[in-house]
Design a protein around this ligand. Sequence first.
Ligand SMILES: [Zn+2]
Ligand SMILES: [Zn+2]
Length: 176
Amino acid sequence: MLLPIRLIPLHPVSVELIGSLIRPLRSMFLTDVSVEPIMDSIVDKVLDESRGQYNSTEIIVELLRCYPLANAKIAGITSVDLFVPVLTYVFGEAQLDGPACVVSTFRLDDTIYGLAPDPASFFERTLKETVHELGHTYGLLHCRNFNCAMHTSTTAEDIDLKAATLCDDCMEKLGM
Ligand SMILES: [Zn+2]
Ligand SMILES: [Zn+2]
Protein backbone atom coordinates (compact mmCIF):
# COMPACT_ATOMS: atom_id res chain seq x y z
CA MET A 1 0.00 0.00 0.00
CA LEU A 2 1.15 3.54 -0.71
CA LEU A 3 2.24 5.79 2.16
CA PRO A 4 -0.65 7.81 3.61
CA ILE A 5 -1.26 11.38 2.48
CA ARG A 6 -1.36 14.35 4.82
CA LEU A 7 -2.76 17.55 3.35
CA ILE A 8 -1.44 20.72 4.98
CA PRO A 9 -3.49 23.88 4.48
CA LEU A 10 -1.05 26.78 4.17
CA HIS A 11 -2.74 30.08 4.97
CA PRO A 12 -4.25 31.72 2.95
CA VAL A 13 -6.33 28.86 1.57
CA SER A 14 -9.84 27.42 1.89
CA VAL A 15 -9.79 24.58 4.39
CA GLU A 16 -13.16 23.50 3.03
CA LEU A 17 -11.68 23.10 -0.45
CA ILE A 18 -8.90 20.93 0.97
CA GLY A 19 -11.42 18.83 2.89
CA SER A 20 -13.24 18.12 -0.37
CA LEU A 21 -10.05 16.55 -1.77
CA ILE A 22 -9.97 13.78 0.84
CA ARG A 23 -12.47 11.44 -0.68
CA PRO A 24 -11.28 11.57 -4.33
CA LEU A 25 -7.62 11.27 -3.26
CA ARG A 26 -8.47 8.26 -1.14
CA SER A 27 -10.16 6.47 -4.00
CA MET A 28 -7.35 7.47 -6.38
CA PHE A 29 -4.36 6.33 -4.30
CA LEU A 30 -6.17 3.77 -2.10
CA THR A 31 -4.44 5.04 1.01
CA ASP A 32 -5.36 7.06 4.08
CA VAL A 33 -5.79 10.82 3.52
CA SER A 34 -6.03 13.33 6.36
CA VAL A 35 -5.98 17.11 6.74
CA GLU A 36 -3.65 18.73 9.27
CA PRO A 37 -4.40 22.00 11.10
CA ILE A 38 -3.88 25.11 8.99
CA MET A 39 -0.36 26.60 9.16
CA ASP A 40 -0.29 30.36 9.04
CA SER A 41 3.43 31.01 9.36
CA ILE A 42 4.99 29.34 6.32
CA VAL A 43 4.21 31.27 3.16
CA ASP A 44 5.09 34.68 4.62
CA LYS A 45 8.62 33.40 5.20
CA VAL A 46 9.17 32.66 1.52
CA LEU A 47 7.77 35.80 -0.10
CA ASP A 48 10.05 37.25 -2.77
CA GLU A 49 9.16 40.90 -2.48
CA SER A 50 10.60 41.92 -5.85
CA ARG A 51 8.45 39.31 -7.64
CA GLY A 52 5.42 39.48 -5.34
CA GLN A 53 5.42 35.67 -5.44
CA TYR A 54 6.31 32.83 -3.11
CA ASN A 55 9.22 30.41 -3.54
CA SER A 56 7.82 26.88 -3.82
CA THR A 57 11.16 25.16 -3.13
CA GLU A 58 11.48 27.07 0.13
CA ILE A 59 7.94 26.06 1.11
CA ILE A 60 8.96 22.41 0.68
CA VAL A 61 11.99 23.01 2.92
CA GLU A 62 9.70 24.51 5.57
CA LEU A 63 7.24 21.61 5.28
CA LEU A 64 10.06 19.11 5.82
CA ARG A 65 11.20 21.08 8.85
CA CYS A 66 7.69 20.99 10.35
CA TYR A 67 7.04 17.34 9.49
CA PRO A 68 10.49 15.70 9.71
CA LEU A 69 9.40 12.14 10.41
CA ALA A 70 6.02 12.08 8.79
CA ASN A 71 6.20 8.60 7.25
CA ALA A 72 3.64 9.99 4.86
CA LYS A 73 3.38 12.13 1.76
CA ILE A 74 3.05 15.75 2.86
CA ALA A 75 1.14 18.03 0.49
CA GLY A 76 1.01 21.73 1.31
CA ILE A 77 -1.82 23.58 -0.44
CA THR A 78 -2.06 27.35 -0.62
CA SER A 79 -3.74 30.10 -2.64
CA VAL A 80 -0.64 32.27 -3.05
CA ASP A 81 1.23 32.46 -6.37
CA LEU A 82 4.27 30.17 -6.44
CA PHE A 83 7.47 30.40 -8.45
CA VAL A 84 10.85 28.79 -8.87
CA PRO A 85 13.63 31.17 -9.93
CA VAL A 86 13.87 29.92 -13.55
CA LEU A 87 10.12 30.05 -14.23
CA THR A 88 7.48 32.79 -14.31
CA TYR A 89 5.20 30.70 -12.11
CA VAL A 90 4.47 27.10 -11.13
CA PHE A 91 1.21 25.35 -10.27
CA GLY A 92 3.16 23.29 -7.77
CA GLU A 93 6.40 21.53 -7.01
CA ALA A 94 7.23 18.08 -5.70
CA GLN A 95 10.19 16.05 -4.54
CA LEU A 96 10.43 13.13 -6.95
CA ASP A 97 10.00 9.96 -4.89
CA GLY A 98 10.36 12.14 -1.79
CA PRO A 99 8.18 13.12 1.13
CA ALA A 100 6.80 16.54 0.22
CA CYS A 101 5.05 18.62 -2.40
CA VAL A 102 3.19 21.91 -2.63
CA VAL A 103 0.25 23.00 -4.78
CA SER A 104 -0.97 26.54 -5.50
CA THR A 105 -4.60 27.24 -6.36
CA PHE A 106 -3.77 30.80 -7.44
CA ARG A 107 -3.77 30.26 -11.21
CA LEU A 108 -6.52 27.62 -11.07
CA ASP A 109 -9.12 30.27 -10.26
CA ASP A 110 -10.91 31.71 -13.31
CA THR A 111 -11.35 35.07 -11.57
CA ILE A 112 -7.65 35.88 -12.01
CA TYR A 113 -8.20 35.64 -15.80
CA GLY A 114 -11.09 38.11 -15.58
CA LEU A 115 -13.72 35.36 -15.87
CA ALA A 116 -16.67 34.58 -13.62
CA PRO A 117 -15.91 32.27 -10.69
CA ASP A 118 -16.43 28.59 -11.52
CA PRO A 119 -16.29 26.57 -8.30
CA ALA A 120 -16.65 23.19 -10.06
CA SER A 121 -13.75 23.90 -12.42
CA PHE A 122 -11.67 25.33 -9.56
CA PHE A 123 -12.17 22.16 -7.54
CA GLU A 124 -11.37 19.87 -10.52
CA ARG A 125 -8.18 21.77 -11.32
CA THR A 126 -7.09 21.70 -7.69
CA LEU A 127 -7.71 17.96 -7.53
CA LYS A 128 -5.78 17.34 -10.76
CA GLU A 129 -2.78 19.35 -9.64
CA THR A 130 -2.79 17.70 -6.21
CA VAL A 131 -2.91 14.24 -7.82
CA HIS A 132 -0.10 15.36 -10.14
CA GLU A 133 2.26 16.59 -7.41
CA LEU A 134 1.48 13.62 -5.16
CA GLY A 135 2.17 11.35 -8.14
CA HIS A 136 5.69 12.82 -8.31
CA THR A 137 6.22 12.12 -4.60
CA TYR A 138 5.30 8.48 -5.31
CA GLY A 139 8.01 8.45 -7.99
CA LEU A 140 5.98 9.10 -11.14
CA LEU A 141 7.53 11.16 -13.94
CA HIS A 142 5.60 13.19 -16.50
CA CYS A 143 3.38 11.04 -18.69
CA ARG A 144 2.85 11.39 -22.45
CA ASN A 145 -0.80 10.36 -22.18
CA PHE A 146 -2.83 13.58 -22.62
CA ASN A 147 -5.62 12.28 -20.38
CA CYS A 148 -3.37 11.31 -17.50
CA ALA A 149 -3.05 13.56 -14.43
CA MET A 150 0.74 13.13 -14.75
CA HIS A 151 0.71 14.89 -18.12
CA THR A 152 2.52 18.20 -17.74
CA SER A 153 0.45 21.41 -17.82
CA THR A 154 1.64 24.97 -18.27
CA THR A 155 -1.74 26.74 -18.42
CA ALA A 156 -5.11 26.30 -16.73
CA GLU A 157 -6.53 25.26 -20.13
CA ASP A 158 -3.94 22.46 -20.27
CA ILE A 159 -5.15 21.24 -16.91
CA ASP A 160 -8.74 21.19 -18.17
CA LEU A 161 -7.72 18.81 -20.98
CA LYS A 162 -6.54 16.05 -18.66
CA ALA A 163 -8.38 13.85 -16.19
CA ALA A 164 -8.00 13.85 -12.42
CA THR A 165 -6.99 10.20 -12.64
CA LEU A 166 -3.84 8.33 -13.61
CA CYS A 167 -3.55 6.29 -16.79
CA ASP A 168 -3.09 2.51 -16.65
CA ASP A 169 0.69 2.81 -17.15
CA CYS A 170 1.09 5.21 -14.23
CA MET A 171 -1.19 3.07 -12.05
CA GLU A 172 0.97 0.07 -12.87
CA LYS A 173 4.12 1.97 -11.90
CA LEU A 174 2.50 2.61 -8.52
CA GLY A 175 1.88 -1.11 -8.22
CA MET A 176 -1.87 -0.66 -8.36
ZN1 LIG B 1 4.98 17.65 -12.85
ZN1 LIG C 1 0.11 8.35 -17.06
